[in-house]
Design a protein around this ligand. Structure first.
Ligand SMILES: NC(=O)c1ccc[n+]([C@@H]2O[C@H](COP(=O)([O-])OP(=O)(O)OC[C@H]3O[C@@H](n4cnc5c(N)ncnc54)[C@H](OP(=O)(O)O)[C@@H]3O)[C@@H](O)[C@H]2O)c1
Length: 254
């Protein structure tokens, strides 16, 4: 961790929802290395304690379920106590459950829209008042946000909503100099895939097809996404708002 005021995020304070594993955790690690202080959230105190112990100095864990406006409000109050104001919000918590239309359950639908859509909206609603003017909001969408595929209907739609939020939030918060962008990863192996309810063979076939159609011909890494999150969180992206940064090896754009 950088404690000497150096780094691309030196002196900045960030809140990352869903920072116990995967992309949120890796981004927390990268932010700390670039001189930021970080609050991570998640639903399990045990997973939070483990993550914070691994991240080390400069990291704080706060238990907050992104589907609960009350818990997000409590998160904002605790964040204010600890940090006062903040510079970066990374609304990252999310899940994906893949199923054919006829097999999608009501719970599967509600959980995805509850965490991915409602969670992102109210995270921003509750935390944006703590953002300094000129701060940055990053919404974790997905490279599939303008795509369709069998079994992906609910997840893809939830990520399209997240991409849409970035546009309206950018319009609404621009007068404070606050930038809002979506970050759209391609396929990156994290615990996410084990929660997808997709048979292993189908998952590997899907990943194989993505790699074959992406010009860079490989899966993404958690570092690829964290690097993009550093850029969007830093002053290097000071004139970028309402945009979608696709980090997918060219899968969607080529
Ligand atoms: N990995 C990919 O290939 C990929 C591609 C495109 C987009 N994404 C997006 O990237 C984001 C992060 O995914 P990941 O790959 O890092 O998956 P992950 O390893 O499963 O991480 C998900 C994180 O979200 C947290 N979380 C889940 N539900 C939550 C809730 N209700 N309230 C608070 N935290 C919650 C989890 O913490 P707890 O379980 O401890 O609560 C965990 O920290 C998601 O929005 C996902 O859609 C991932």
């Amino acid at each position: 961790m950088t404690t000497n005021g150096k780094g691309r995020l030196a002196g900045k304070k960030a809140v990352i929802t869903g920072g116990t594993t995967g992309l949120g955790f890796e981004t927390a690690r990268a932010y700390l290395a670039q001189g930021a202080q970080v609050i991570i959230t998640g639903r399990s105190q045990e997973r939070l304690d483990k993550a914070v112990a691994e991240l080390g100095e400069g990291a704080v864990g706060i238990k907050a379920d992104a589907t609960s406006v009350q818990e997000l409000s409590d998160l904002a109050a605790k964040t204010k106590d600890i940090f006062g104001s903040i510079d970066i919000i990374f609304a990252n918590a999310g899940i994906g459950i893949f199923a054919p239309i006829e097999d999608m359950t009501e719970d599967g639908f509600d959980n995805q829209f509850g965490i991915n859509v409602k969670g992102v909206f109210f995270t921003v609603q509750q935390l944006a008042p703590l953002l300094k003017d000129g701060g940055s909001i990053i919404l974790n969408s997905s490279a599939v946000n303008a795509k369709g595929a069998p079994t992906g209907s609910v997840y893809f739609a939830s990520k399209a909503a997240v991409r849409s939020f970035a546009r309206s939030f950018a319009a609404e918060l621009g007068h404070r100099g606050i930038r809002v962008n979506s970050l759209s990863p391609g396929v990156v192996r994290t615990p996410f895939q084990s929660k997808m309810d997709m048979p292993a063979e189908e998952l590997e076939g899907f990943i194989d097809a993505v790699i074959k159609s992406a010009p860079l011909g490989r899966e993404g890494t958690t570092a690829d996404i964290a690097n993009a999150a550093i850029y969007l969180g830093s002053d290097e992206s000071a004139y970028v708002t309402g945009a979608d940064l696709t980090v997918d090896g060219g899968w969607m754009n080529v």
